[in-house]
Design a protein around this ligand. Structure first.
Ligand code: NI
Length: 181
C-alpha cells in the first residue's frame, strides 16, 4: 500500500473527535487498506504508534507496537496491535509522568501524566473483540493513541512546561534517547 503524509499539530483535522468505525465496514478491504497504510506510514516514520486521524482519516483506529529496537532501548517490546473503536478505563488512581513524543509534533518531547494501568476494550483488525489490561509503557502508548481519537495531542496534557521542548535542547535527551509515538 502506501506511506501517507502525517498531519502536524495545527492542522484542524487533528482536533476532531473521530467517528466510530461502522459495523458494516469491519472485515472489508477498505478497512484493511487503511490499516495497511497506517502500518506502512508508522514504519516509515519509525514510530511506536499511529492513529487514523494523523493521516487525515476520521475514524477510531489506532495501531502501535515496539519490537526490540536500539532506537527505544528503554522501552519494553509491545506486540503490534490494531485497536478499532477502543474504550479505555483507568484501573487505579495512580498517574505517572514520563516523556512522550508524537509523529504529529516532530522534534519535541514532553513529560505527560498517564494512568499506570488501564483496561482496554476494542475490536482488533479482523473485527474480533479484545478486552485486556495494559500497564506501564504499554498503558501510556494506548492512552496517547486513544487521545488522538478525541482530538487531544499530548502537549494539552502537560502540567510542567519546563519539561517540554525540542529534543536537541532538552538535557534529558542529550545522551541520544528517543521515543516516538
Ligand atoms: Ni501521537
Amino acid at each position: 500500500m502506501s506511506v501517507r503524509e502525517i498531519l502536524r499539530m495545527g492542522d484542524p483535522r487533528l482536533l476532531r473527535t473521530a467517528q466510530q468505525v461502522p459495523s458494516d465496514m469491519l472485515q472489508t478491504q477498505e478497512l484493511q487498506d487503511i490499516i495497511r497504510d497506517m502500518l506502512d506510514t508508522m514504519e516509515a516514520a519509525e514510530g511506536a504508534g499511529l492513529a487514523a486521524p494523523q493521516i487525515g482519516i476520521d475514524l477510531q483506529i489506532v495501531i502501535y507496537g515496539i519490537s526490540q529496537n536500539p532506537r527505544y532501548p528503554e522501552a519494553p517490546p509491545i506486540p503490534l496491535t490494531t485497536l478499532i473503536n477502543p474504550d479505555i478505563t483507568p484501573l487505579d488512581e495512580t498517574m505517572v509522568e514520563d516523556w512522550e513524543g508524537c509523529l504529529s509534533v516532530p522534534g519535541l518531547r514532553g513529560r505527560v501524566p498517564r494512568w499506570t494501568r488501564v483496561r482496554c476494550c476494542a475490536l482488533d483488525g479482523d473485527g474480533q473483540p479484545l478486552d485486556f489490561v495494559a500497564e506501564g509503557f504499554h498503558a501510556r502508548v494506548i492512552q496517547h493513541e486513544c487521545d488522538h481519537l478525541q482530538g487531544i495531542l499530548y502537549p494539552a496534557r502537560i502540567r510542567d512546561f519546563s519539561q517540554f521542548g525540542f529534543i536537541d535542547a532538552l538535557p534529558a535527551f542529550q545522551s541520544g534517547s528517543t521515543k516516538k509515538t
